[in-house]
Design a protein around this ligand. Sequence first.
Ligand SMILES: Cc1cc2nc3c(=O)[nH]c(=O)nc-3n(C[C@H](O)[C@H](O)[C@H](O)COP(=O)(O)OP(=O)(O)OC[C@H]3O[C@@H](n4cnc5c(N)ncnc54)[C@H](O)[C@@H]3O)c2cc1C
Length: 501
Amino acid sequence: MEIAIVGAGAAAVGLLDALAATTAGNPGGPGTTGTPGTPGTSGTSGTSGSITVFEPSPHLWRGRPYGPDLDTVLVNAPPAIMSIRYQDFGHYEAWLGTRGAAHLDPALGQPLVPRALYGEYLEHTAEAAMATLRAGGWRVRVVTQRVTGAARSGDRLSLQTEDGRAHDADHVALCVGGGTPQDPYGLDGTPGFVGDPYPLARTLGQVPPGSDVAVIGSGLTAVDVVVSLAARGHTGQITLLSRSGVLPHVWQRPVGHRPQQVTAERVGALHRKHGVVTLEDLIGLLRAELAEAGEDFDGFVAELLATETEDPARRLRAQLAAVDDSRIGRRVLQETAHAVGPYAWRLLPEPDRLRLRRHFRLATSVASPMVPVNAAVMMRLLDSGQLVLAPGVRKIEAANGQFRVQGDDGERTPDVVVNAMNPPPRAIPRAAGQLATALLSDGAADLHPSGGLLPADPRLHVVGDLAGGGPFITSSILGIAAQASRAAQAIVTAPDAARAT
Ligand SMILES: Cc1cc2nc3c(=O)[nH]c(=O)nc-3n(C[C@H](O)[C@H](O)[C@H](O)COP(=O)(O)OP(=O)(O)OC[C@H]3O[C@@H](n4cnc5c(N)ncnc54)[C@H](O)[C@@H]3O)c2cc1C
């Protein structure tokens, strides 16, 4: 069997790791930390062939977020949910070992390492998986080329790389990520405009320390920009420009609670019983989870909904004070949004999905919180007045060497504008545009009505944010590991796996 993996970021690492687990016939995968209940993909001992990974970037296995950058660019989540091995919650923590101690977030009591260090973990995991696969008889290689085309040819898929070469495969997994920011205000090429902030080590070098900086967006990337500017000793004004003005929530200290009601098993059981799962069903599960813990569901919901109207600085202060609050509500929502959400989302009727989409900013803010160490810097800058939030931004334009920003509170004229808006989930990344067009015109894939690609051929697989029909929030490592495990399962149990060489 020949497998082609397009892209070498976290999704590709999760897929290689899950494939390696199958060859070793080892249910926990190579080097498992032995977390109880770790399921492996079934049944490929004896299967072998070749795996070719295509990636043009020199920073293999790190994808967009985890390449070399400033030490202030941190992972956004605690170790238990940063494991790229599906359901082995200790895999990343075991790799990190004593190195974690140097990166403890004092409020969270958890190590939050620079993203570049997390990239080393991905690199290590990919290399270990490739070694296991090779020991199991697989040929594994990396082609440092972008894939630009694809077509079905007989019972195989043929990929084309930028150098014009063709590469045939029995299975193709698209692991191309979400891509770089769009340019909604048409500012690309304007002096003083930073279209893609990463790596911040390079882009912030162009920002004069005393300049008036406007950051488009108020999500996690905007937080990265602000915190890194502060660490570089920026003295000028920093303004977060956003339509909603909503900041990410703040992580709370883990309390070791495992959801008992909001689980994939319960959602599956509801689906089997009623043939459908509604938003009310999911709310019912959360209500039951909170009731078991003796917590007030209605109060919790009211508190969440206030995100859309309450002053963001006041909320930030309250959330910093609540890092140690032992109530489980937010913790359950944060974990299950990524662990159960993608599965439940596909079962929801469209009107219920629409209802959730209307709360996109709130959902993203809760599901992808900022780490307390960054929240503390944001609070300090807001308190000193160096950082301000400007909601209700309507227009940003460049004229006569100056930026002009029109918003609810009038006009601003920043010296530098940094784009910190990531593409929405299901956007087709520019680097994979030609490939996606080729797959669509060949009929190997369809466009999902809500964006993203749906394989129309059992030999095509999509892992990551490009997967059509996926949830409306960006995938986390937890969600990507689950998708990668499912894709590995589909590949190794496909009918052609039986006749593998
Ligand atoms: C800035 C940022 C920070 C994040 N931080 C966290 C975090 O701390 N915790 C967390 O849980 N989640 C985080 N996420 C979400 C998620 O973990 C990441 O988005 C994750 O890295 C996605 O992995 P991926 O492999 O799907 O995509 P990517 O990491 O984007 O990798 C895709 C790869 O595909 C390659 N590619 C694209 N097109 C082609 C082509 N045509 N041919 C060949 N190769 C191609 C690209 O060069 C790239 O290397 C973050 C996301 C972003 C954007």
